[in-house]
Design a protein around this ligand. Structure first.
Ligand SMILES: *[C@@H]1O[C@H](CO)[C@@H](O)[C@H](O)[C@H]1NC(C)=O
Ligand SMILES: *[C@@H]1O[C@H](CO)[C@@H](O)[C@H](O)[C@H]1NC(C)=O
Length: 276
């Protein structure tokens, strides 16, 4: 197989083929590199094929090849993967194919999330994907992206943004019989973000959420919030920890919730910001 791929490259280098043939050969070479798990060579060959497709005005084929290039590069060169996927996105948006453009924005966001650990950029791509989904009325896909934006914005201490997003998603879901069960979780998360910034604001927000969504009133999340507000008002770290532990013993708190609760607890005077 290695010999074969070398033969193909040799043919390519001769350069006396029609563009169509060259395009075809790049695609075949790319697939061979893929089989040989030579990801950067595969990405490069798909990318060449994509450029030639563009020369031939085969926009969709070009976009597909850029996506193939992106997927190959993902395993070797994340930044190059993003460049290729962005080129595919440009073609798709140009053609009005926003749903598929959104999907590739998510792929880029995931590369920023896990390979490059650039959370700001991941947020920007999730937001762009959410915008495109919203425009196509794919509300539940939009919400999924927005939840990522809320999650990371709060982690980066961009609480106002996180609050807006969680409120928006909660309101999008609370009237949907299939999704409304989740609305209380989003109101809970918005409340926690408020609480980190300002206890009084948190109180007001929570009252507003109860009015908007009466099911929130009966939730364990709301009971926890009320206990935490009380403990915070009394500057009582122990009561705060106790309330958190009670809640955690029934439904396990994940990493994000734990982080936010610790940030709130740290605003109690003299608190070390742990849950001991
Ligand atoms: C991948 O292919 C390229 C082009 O043939 C070659 O230069 C490179 O050494 C190969 N890399 C690996 C890891 O086999
Ligand atoms: C999607 O959301 C928009 C605005 O929130 C709303 O007007 C529309 O009816 C929703 N579409 C669906 C299919 O739920």
């Amino acid at each position: 197989m290695k010999l074969k791929s070398i033969r193909f490259l040799f043919l390519l280098l001769q350069g006396n083929h029609k563009v169509e043939d060259a395009c075809e050969m790049y695609a075949r070479a790319a697939n061979m590199f893929k089989m040989a798990k030579n990801w950067s060579a595969a990405g490069n060959a798909f990318c060449q094929a994509a450029r030639l497709h563009m020369q031939l005005q085969n926009k969709l084929d070009s976009a597909t090849s850029f996506v193939d290039a992106g997927n190959a590069y993902k395993k070797a060169d994340p930044q190059e993967a993003i460049n290729c996927l962005n080129q595919a996105i440009d073609i798709y948006t140009d053609m009005g194919r926003f749903t598929i453009a959104a999907k590739h924005h998510i792929t880029i966001a995931e590369v920023y999330e896990s390979e490059l650990v650039d959370i700001e950029k991941a947020i920007a791509h999730y937001e762009q994907a959410a915008d495109y989904y919203k425009g196509e009325e794919s509300n539940s896909s939009a919400n999924k992206c927005l939840l990522k934006v809320g999650h990371y914005s709060a982690q980066l201490e961009q609480y106002q943004k996180a609050i807006e997003i969680y409120e928006q998603v909660a309101m999008n879901t609370m009237d949907n019989p299939l999704l409304k069960y989740n609305a209380k979780e989003y109101f809970f998360k918005a409340s926690l973000c408020h609480f980190i910034v300002d206890e009084l604001n948190a109180k007001l927000a929570i009252e507003k959420y109860e009015e908007m969504f009466p099911a929130f009133s009966d939730s364990r999340e709301l009971k926890l919030l009320k206990k935490l507000l009380e403990a915070h008002e009394e500057q009582n770290s122990e009561a705060f920890t106790e309330a958190v532990k009670d809640f955690d013993s029934v439904s396990r708190l994940d990493q994000w919730l734990t982080t936010m609760l610790l940030r709130i607890k740290k605003t109690i005077q003299g608190d070390a910001g742990d849950l001991k």
